[in-house]
Design a protein around this ligand. Structure first.
Ligand SMILES: Cc1ncc(COP(=O)(O)O)c(C=O)c1O
Length: 454
């Protein structure tokens, strides 16, 4: 076993393919349904929103999908990303566990999101798309798509959840630096946004609302624009597997293999990206891994949501997806600092949870920041508030190992740095960060309006 703390993969050894979990699932996830007919949705139903190459990736069962050369060329700017062994953190926790983390904060926008933004912009460009609309929460996804759009000469317009637009302006400036337009959501640029503003001028926005506005803008563009999503869908999760494919090679360099994999879960893409290639090995007869998704207590789709068909957006325009959901009208509390504020969960991860192949935990934001600060003090990297959920999950797993005297190997995804989120750290240090609360009443109300599916 190596005693390094940093495992870098040479550029020449960078994986040239994404891994497609559809090839190895014991049974396929339930199909998306057309919102009108409630019959399985086919490729043509998605064609107004996405380029056909991405739609075909969504339904593909090919195990390896080649990463196009122009995408690999852009990936080279920050990939392969480093794998670190958190030796100082292990010592601080006094645990016999070994903790590794894959660091995605080295990307141009500071998170894992460009791993899918770049190929999405590429496939749109190939099919002649000139403009893409999207939504963003705290701005990680919007800034990443803005960067990718700039790489391929595609115009990007973003609907950014209003509370973040007002309170976290720096990623908005980043989007502008990459030439994208950024609107607060709800906005007066769409009918749905105007309706919500008329009902409540102080509507803080949500990802579900911003998705509705972006889709409405695409529909109104009359075929001149497409839509792009930064998480949840299968092709997004698959693009993220570049990270797990690298991690397999880097764990080999370390002479180790994970017993436990941890990631934070908003829509599910960063956890999936890291663990799908390992889970694929398990499903093909390899070692069983304990896989843990960590989410916020205030928006606990995975641990408290109902596994049911629901819309991906609040205006109920998207196809119905079978997922763990808090109800598409659920408004996550505005005082949650991280970007993990989505009412649903990826249909792949939801399916895997139902199959018992992964598990989920919910944490309050204060305990996550406490974990993030311990991590920063020992490892010198300040995690994004979202990533703090994974740090907390990994520390918990390491402390469990300590209690049981087990020397397990833990791998987690440090999916982004927190350099643009220092206000949230200041709020934490000054006791101004509200504790997360699970609002069961609001969730039950939102679940009452789940669509009926036979
Ligand atoms: C840094 C970071 N990590 C994680 C997430 C959650 O998304 P996902 O579960 O798709 O990785 C977000 C969401 O925007 C994010 O910005």
């Amino acid at each position: 076993m190596s005693d390094s703390i940093k495992y870098l993969l040479e550029e020449s050894k960078a994986p040239k393919f994404w891994y497609n979990i559809n090839a190895d699932l014991p049974k396929p996830p339930p199909p998306p349904l057309h919102p009108g007919t409630k019959q399985p949705a086919g490729p043509d139903d998605f064609a107004p929103l996405f380029p056909m190459s991405l739609i075909m990736q969504e339904v593909s069962v090919e195990r390896e999908i080649e990463i196009p050369e122009p995408v690999r060329e852009i990936y080279k700017q920050w990939r392969p990303s480093p794998l670190f062994r958190a030796k100082r953190l292990e010592k601080y926790l006094d645990t016999p566990a070994k903790i590794y983390y894959k660091y995605e904060g080295v990307s141009p926008t500071g998170s894992h999101k460009p791993n899918t933004a770049v190929p999405q912009a590429f496939y749109n460009k190939e099919e002649g798309v000139k403009k893409i609309f999207t939504e963003t929460g705290a701005g990680q996804w919007g800034s990443s798509l803005a960067f990718a759009g700039q790489m391929f000469g595609i115009e990007i317009e973003v609907f950014m959840v209003k509370i973040s637009f007002d309170q976290k302006p720096y990623r908005k400036f980043m989007m502008q630096s990459f030439g994208a337009k950024c609107n607060p959501s709800p906005s007066s640029a769409t009918d749905f946004g105007k309706k919500l503003i008329d009902e409540d001028q102080n509507n803080p926005g949500s990802l579900g609302i911003a998705i509705s506005e972006a889709i409405e803008a695409v529909v109104k563009s009359g075929g001149n624009a497409k839509y792009s999503l930064g998480s949840v869908l299968g092709h997004v999760l698959m693009h993220q597997t570049i990270n797990g494919n690298e991690a397999i090679l880097q764990m080999e360099q370390a002479g180790d293999y994970p017993d436990i994999i941890v990631g934070c879960t908003g829509g599910g893409s960063n956890l999936s990206g890291l663990m799908f290639p390992f889970l694929g090995q398990q499903l093909r007869g390899g070692k069983k891994i304990d896989i843990i998704g960590c989410e916020p207590l205030s928006c606990p789709s995975f641990t408290k949501g109902k596994y049911a068909y629901d819309h991906g957006d609040m205006a109920r325009m998207t196809p119905l997806i079978k997922m763990h959901t808090l109800g598409s009208s659920f408004l996550p509390p505005a005082n949650h600092s991280g970007g993990l504020r989505y009412h649903g969960m990826s249909y792949h991860l939801s399916h895997l949870l139902e199959l018992g192949l992964i598990r989920a935990k919910a944490y309050g934001q204060r305990e996550c920041f406490e974990a993030g600060v311990s991590f920063a003090k020992n490892e010198g990297i300040i995690p994004a508030p979202e990533a703090n959920h994974a740090v907390k999950g990994a520390i918990d797993a390491a402390l469990e190992c300590k209690a049981k005297g087990e020397s397990k190997t833990i791998l987690f995804n440090l999916c982004g740095h927190g350099h643009f989120d220092m206000q949230a750290y200041d709020d934490y240090f000054n006791n101004n960060l509200a504790e997360d609360v699970y609002n069961e009443k609001e969730v039950n109300k939102a679940l009452e309006s789940l669509p009926e599916v036979a």
